[in-house]
Design a protein around this ligand. Structure first.
Ligand code: PMP
Length: 283
């Protein structure tokens, strides 16, 4: 696998980062993940705009323009013959003597690499996925896509131990979002409900596109917090992310959700999402 590390295309296994990198010492950095489906970088401009915003929020100068980022991503796809998978981007503040305070103008450390997978062939799309709820242990700026991910590492370990597919995180009685996804429910009155954007959740790029498609389909979208009890009485529930597109939820904490099978709203949104991607030109 060829990565792009500190300005060069290199075999990933040979790539090294200085131990004094602030990304390593403090988790002082942000990241982004874009799916690649049949040679298309999915929603890439929106991912790169979110990267720009994350960087700005923590005061790191964006080392590349959107066009330059896209150029490197495209070159990574070419060098790795990547047609289906993910491109990971990480930017940390840079290398310096260990101190909480940072000097302005450090050279940010950029690391990028591909991961191979067929995002569009997830078996959970047919079978549905099972989730658990866990307390949301994260900090108060969840809108920044920070590489400090301890709370998510713990949530995902609980997922593994429970033998399920994802965790939805709780702030009191309300769902914030999935450990690495955006949470949606469909109410009995056929409203599509997902939490409103704020500093409490990551502004999901797949969330954005799914809402756009849902509007086109004439669905009523309600952006507000919803409770665990509402998930149990929902006609459907699903979660979205770049790496899964969307997964229907059939069980939460061992209790059946949405009749225990993937629902029609999920299916139509998922199909429309894939269809839209395939109308775009491949790289
Ligand atoms: N919330 C969290 C906490 C995530 O980690 C992710 C995955 N990046 C998402 C939501 C979904 O975001 P996106 O659709 O942009 O992948």
């Amino acid at each position: 696998r060829i990565g792009f590390v500190r300005g060069e295309f290199v075999p990933l296994r040979d790539a090294v980062i200085p131990v004094m990198d602030r990304g390593f010492l403090f988790g002082d950095g942000v990241y982004e993940v874009t799916a690649v489906i049949e040679g298309r970088l999915v929603d890439n401009d929106h991912h790169l705009q979110r990267l720009e915003r994350s960087l700005a929020e923590i005061g790191i100068a964006n080392p590349f323009s959107i066009a330059a980022w896209t150029e490197i991503e495209t070159e990574l796809m070419r060098r790795n013959e990547l047609r289906n998978g993910l491109i990971y981007i990480q930017v940390s503040r840079g290398v310096a003597e260990r101190a909480f305070q940072y000097a302005e103008g450090l050279e940010p450390t950029v690391v990028m690499f591909p991961q191979f997978s067929r995002v569009q062939s997830n078996p959970l799309i047919e079978t549905g996925g099972r989730i658990i709820t866990v307390p949301d242990l994260r900090w108060a700026r969840r809108d920044i896509k920070s590489t400090s991910l301890l709370a998510q590492v713990m949530a995902k370990h609980a997922v593994k131990q429970a033998g399920v597919n994802e965790a939805w995180m709780l702030d009191g009685d309300e769902i914030t979002e999935g450990a690495s996804s955006t949470a949606f429910i469909v109410s009995a009155s056929n409203e599509l409900i997902t939490r409103n954007l704020s500093q409490d959740i990551l502004p999901g790029i797949t969330r954005r596109t799914i809402i756009e498609i849902a509007k086109r389909h004439g669905l009523t979208i309600v952006e507000r917090p919803f409770s665990k009890a509402e998930v149990l009485s929902a006609t459907e529930a699903f979660y979205t992310s770049a790496s899964t597109i969307a997964v229907p939820v059939i069980e939460m904490d061992g209790v059946s959700v949405g009749g225990g099978a993937p629902g029609p709203v999920f299916r139509s949104l998922y199909d429309a999402y894939l269809q839209d991607i395939m109308t775009q030109p491949a790289i």
